[in-house]
Ligand binder design. Sequence first.
Ligand code: ZN
Length: 204
Amino acid sequence: MSEQPPITIVNVGYRSTNYWVVSAGTSRLLVDLGWPGSMGMMRAQLERMDVPLNEIRYGLATHYHIDHAGVAQELKLAGVPLLVLDVQESAIPLMKRWTKPQDNYMEITTRDNVVISFAESRAVLGKIGIPGQIVHTPGHSGDSVSLVLDNGAAFTGDLPPLALATDDSEDPIAASWRLLCDLGVTQVYPAHGPVRPLEAESGV
Ligand SMILES: [Zn+2]
């Protein structure tokens, strides 16, 4: 018997976007953070899936586009710290320009986030009982990251399928899939669409 509670994964998504809750018992991480102005919907979905908001230890955006970090600030105000990779910091203030006033986007403040490096990610996740790491997987955007669990699950945000990569050996899409493959990823949990095996998504 392992002492660690098993990892469970549920989807609290809405409006064609997956928001994944990764849990080790009652210690939870929310991957991708809703559309702007949708905190009520996020709360309702968490409740519907039996995820108490106060058990979410961090929010993590795979990248700072509006459908991935739209209620990050509201979540922070509700007690969920925002876990930011250092490569993502500069993308946060740019989100505002993709929103209209009627979106009711609450701008993310930048001085109160938990900013870490990729190298630190395994230790930070370990402290909340989640065995895995966060890696840089550019291709859709420069600030795109993936959460890779030691059980073979990867949360890849909007990383495009390998079929969309160019023949250029420097193509970041191909490089990101190669990295995920090298890390032993077997199941891909994208931000849009169903869970799929790595080989179906990446062709590697
Ligand atoms: Zn995006």
